[in-house]
Design a protein around this ligand. Structure first.
Ligand code: UD1
Length: 337
């Protein structure tokens, strides 16, 4: 069964391509490498031991995407292609509205002409804003967005829900990711941040390897046990598996799931765990709070466990070991800025 992955060369897309193959699906990757590199496709092929179907295209290019869908005849589509840097979205909101909303609408206009049986959307726990009650479940109210990025996820969910009400044959699943980290255990694929990473783990691994001078922990005066923010860090392979299970256990309505491990870890705990598991010291300092950061959030993941039989298989330690192995691999084999 063929499944299109928009943004399939990205961090989540590449890991999902591998997990799809493991479960007998045929991923069709569409990517224009704006946030990835072509060697990721080569490395997916090394992991799966064969060629993968790849099309270089901007998902906003309706002619190209339409031709790909017409020729490949996919059963489903997973839409990963989007921008995700919160800070950048504040500085350049139009980039986010253009790519995350404008291109989503263009994609829906194309698939309106085809009969897909499944559509999966990459959403984010950012839709919950600063929740008054933790852990958050799928019924936790959506709060006004803190950033254009967060707003694009809220609006994206709404656009898709409205659109798929008109396409009764397609099952829509919205996955609200918590904090994806780690890399494939083979160290052949992982996160490839371009420029200075805004997310914690790539900044941490780049500091440990000497690419960045120092990691700043944003705020140690929050109302949490050690004063640093709390997040729900999930191994990227576990998150990728949630997509495969969504396809396998296709349910026709109300498919909104939190995908997190269901446990909060503080920034300091994560940094300490990274140092311990990899036996190294990281140069870090405490700095000011980062604007827009929520003090604490983690998932109530009981719905996805019950409905899709999903369980995380990897621990925080595994994720931080795999992230470090990937950083070492990047340094030794690939020239990435
Ligand atoms: C946010 C969203 C998440 C989304 C992601 C996209 C929330 C709660 N989470 O993740 O759903 O997928 O953006 O990028 O809205 N930190 C440091 N130093 C650093 C970098 C980060 O201390 O150099 C801290 C942050 O303050 C935060 C934690 O590490 O407490 C995680 O930050 P990050 O990796 O950027 O992810 P979120 O902002 O939680």
């Amino acid at each position: 069964m063929k499944i299109i992955l928009t943004g399939g060369a990205g961090f989540l897309g590449s890991h999902t391509a591998v997990e799809l193959v493991n479960e007998g699906y045929e991923p069709i990757i569409i990517d224009d490498f704006r946030n990835s590199k072509s060697f990721i496709i080569d490395n997916i092929e090394k992991i799966i031991g064969r060629k993968v179907i790849f099309h270089c295209a901007d998902i906003g290019d309706q002619n190209k995407v339409s031709t790909i869908i017409k020729n490949e005849k996919p059963a489903g589509l997973i839409h990963f292609a989007a921008d995700k840097a919160v800070n950048e979205s504040v500085l350049n909101p139009l980039k986010y509205y253009h790519n995350n909303i404008g291109n989503l609408i263009k994609l829906l206009e194309v698939i309106n002409n085809f009969n897909l049986s499944s559509f999966i959307f990459s959403s984010s726990c950012t839709v919950y804003g600063e929740p008054s009650c933790i852990p958050v479940n799928e019924k936790t109210p959506i709060q006004p967005a803190f950033s254009p990025y967060g707003y694009t996820k809220q609006v994206g969910e709404k656009i898709l829900t409205d659109f798929f009400k008109t396409k009764k044959q397609t099952s829509l699943t919205i996955l609200r990711y918590f904090n994806p980290i780690g890399a494939h255990p083979s160290s052949l694929i992982g996160e490839l941040p371009l420029g200075i990473p805004s997310n914690l783990v790539p900044h941490l691994t780049q500091t440990a390897i000497g690419k960045r001078k120092q990691l700043t922990i944003f705020g140690n005066d929050y109302n949490t046990a050690d004063g640093t923010c709390i997040r729900d860090y999930i191994h990227v392979v576990d998150l990728a598996r949630a997509h495969v299970l969504s396809l396998k256990n296709k349910i026709m309505s109300n498919n909104v799931y939190n995908v997190g491990v269901g446990k909060g870890s503080s920034v300091l705990e994560l940094v300490n765990c990274f140092e311990e598991i990899n036996n190294l010291n990281v140069n870090y300092q405490f700095g000011d709070r980062r604007s827009g950061d929520v003090p604490e959030i983690y998932a109530d993941n009981s719905l996805i466990k019950k409905k899709l039989n999903w369980e995380p298989k990897f621990s925080l330690k595994d994720a931080l070991q795999h992230a470090w192995n990937w950083e070492l691999e990047l340094k030794s084999k690939y020239k990435v800025d």
